[in-house]
Design a protein around this ligand. Structure first.
Ligand code: ATP
Ligand code: MG
Length: 260
């Protein structure tokens, strides 16, 4: 088989997977990541949301990866994004010319946040690469199947395991805030993955902001209130602390770090 023919088949395979959803530019962005040998192929859909699609992919050494592709066509998305980008000192002076450029920035922001969290030792998927609106990261699952989200996993969980998950989530939040100095901003049972050994991964960090962001405290409060509410009401744990107490603890830990 000629090289050219081989290439055409691969491209056709790719179109088959993504054609309905993506514009030509997005397809070209995925192809560029293939040319760079970051990914060899896409193998199926993990999740299809309003703002992004997540695919299972494979690297050239056949390791599974999660490929998150941000849709560049959603006007709602644009409004939502701007709230988090304006006010973040890392994006000072940034004025995107169009929605596509804004979405590319958003993808880069998730990659930077993932890197910062990963380097601080927070359990997030290892960031691998980002190109325009396509982000590649470690796949959290096995045999091509993603591990469940907390919202899916909690129903069949023993109380002891639920307690452990609660404790682990709070430990990760403390690392995020005190070590990485980032506030997640959309933390909930939908953005926490539970692994079979009853540990957690925190995902979906595109909207995370620096602790010095003007709305940081508001975002942190909302994050903790959601987590507390979930474990208290849905899971029915009686050991759950008050979210204000948790915030106090995190503030103290931030202060201590400032002094150190
Ligand atoms: N690294 C990963 N490994 C395995 N599964 C993942 C990974 N990242 C994301 N997922 C799956 O894809 C889903 C969507 O990912 P994510 O939460 O990052 O996007 P999202 O912004 O919530 O998308 P949308 O809001 O458009 O639905 C997750 O709920 C999870 O099931
Ligand atoms: Mg999510």
């Amino acid at each position: 088989m000629s090289k050219e023919y081989e290439k055409r088949i691969k491209d056709d395979d790719l179109y088959e997977t993504v054609e309905e959803v993506f514009d030509t530019r997005t397809v070209l962005n995925v192809v560029e990541l293939m040319r760079r040998k970051v990914i060899k192929r896409l193998a199926g859909t993990i999740s299809a949301g309003k703002e992004s699609r997540v695919y299972l992919g494979y690297t050239y050494d056949d390791k599974p990866v999660a490929v998150k592709i941000y849709l560049t066509s959603s006007a709602e998305f644009r409004k939502g994004i701007l709230k988090y980008i304006s006010g973040d000192p890392r994006f000072a002076g940034f004025s995107p010319r169009n929605t596509r450029e804004l979405v590319y920035t958003w993808a880069r922001k998730e990659f930077r946040n993932l890197t910062r969290l990963y380097e601080a030792g927070v359990r997030v998927p290892r960031p691998i690469s980002v190109y325009n609106n396509v982000l590649v990261m470690e796949f959290i699952g096995e045999d091509g199947l993603r591990y469940p989200l907390l919202v899916e996993a909690y129903k069949d969980m023993e109380l002891e395991d639920a307690k452990r998950v609660y404790t682990r989530v709070l430990e990760e939040v403390e690392k995020m805030v005190c070590k990485a100095r980032l506030i997640h901003g959309d933390l909930s049972e939908y953005n926490i993955i539970v692994t079979p050994d009853i540990d957690v991964f925190i995902i979906d960090v595109s909207q995370a902001v620096d602790v010095n962001h003007p709305n940081a405290l508001e975002f942190l409060k909302r994050d903790l209130e959601r987590v507390v509410e979930f474990f208290k009401v849905k899971v029915g744990l009686n050991i759950v602390e008050d979210s204000n107490k948790l915030i106090e603890g995190l503030m103290k830990c931030l202060e201590r770090r400032k002094v150190e």
